[in-house]
Design a protein around this ligand. Sequence first.
Ligand code: GLU
Length: 420
Amino acid sequence: MTIKKNVYENTVHQFNKAADIMKLDADVRKILSCSTNEITVNFPAIMDDGQVRIFTSYRVQHNNALGPYKGGIRYHPRVDINEVRALATWMTWKTAITDIPFGGAKGGIKIDPSEYSISELERITRRYTFALGSNIGPEYDIPAPDVNTNPQIMAWILDTYLSMMPPQERQRCYHVVTGKPVELGGSIGRNKATGQGTVFIIERWAKDHDFDLNSCTYFVQGFGNVGSWAARLMKLHSSKLLAVEDATGAIFNQDGIDPDDLYAYAIKHRGISDYPKAKMIDHKSFMSTTADIFIPAALENQINADTAPLLDVKLVAEGANGPTDTDGDTILQEKGINLLPDVLCNAGGVVVSYFEWLQNKRSEFWDLDEVDSKLRRIMNNSYARVLDAVDAYHVDWRTAACIVALSRLEKVYKGRGIFP
Ligand code: GLU
């Protein structure tokens, strides 16, 4: 799995295409074509051997016209300002499409977390949080998990942030970060939320297309939070998982792979490689898997000029952010492959983050039925908004999703005007 080019170029292309077609107001276009704040911090952390190492980190706050900045934090060696900028921009669109009262942001540390011990990761996370200081806040900018970050890391962010507050302020700041462990103010259902939202959107698509999910086949790229949950939730339909790829390799079994069994194996062996109930295949064979649905749930630019021609599926449901580049998009359209774009399909994570934020603010605890039914309603409404734009503008789904977001933001800017 490789990232070939600057992913922000895809974002700019998507933005310009949608803005041209919907004739976005020229001044609003200027505002939305760049991020509001871009913070780069190089910070030190002490390693287990006592040495100090310097880490490069980012927080890009793209836009907060609809509410506080919101978006995850990624730990990955390929994190750079362009990637974080792209991801922050997509968050602005995602929160607008789902109509939740947040803007868009994203953060990241350029780091391979597998090279560090748990206590080093804790010190790195705490020092990053300290470095961000008042650039984050429960009503200002609210981080969450993303690639290679998890509820434990959110707990360290919470604890560090609260420790920097005066004692009397602490109890009312639990919503400074979402995706926390449930015992520490997290929401039930947040952990599976991105995968769950993806499956809700696939179900909605299947209903519209008279497509039977019970007899369908699918394959998944990435077996982290999003990929593993999407795969496991698809199992409830008795759909058959044919192939999976993660950073350690790709596996295939024509008779189907049990996602729960694979999940247990992947946790134990830190990856899917050498899973005994499937055979190892190469990346090209993986991308050529004949199936009904492909769920990319790993990194950006995976569906590109080289790999899009290989795809033999009816539907691509983007669990990852930015898995398809602009060449990939064109090729999928030429091949007549349906595409459910990231900013719609993977929005379940931030939607349940919103639920967590609300529960913290109101000192409430919702049960799983409440979380899931509210999530399903928001995902279905978002799908319907994008479908309306597909019909109104006669455009592809990605462009339609972007048009929905830009139209909503345009209304806010036109209504409020530009100060002074
Ligand atoms: N990182 C997730 C995303 O890309 C979730 C963001 C959030 O919950 O704020 O949508």
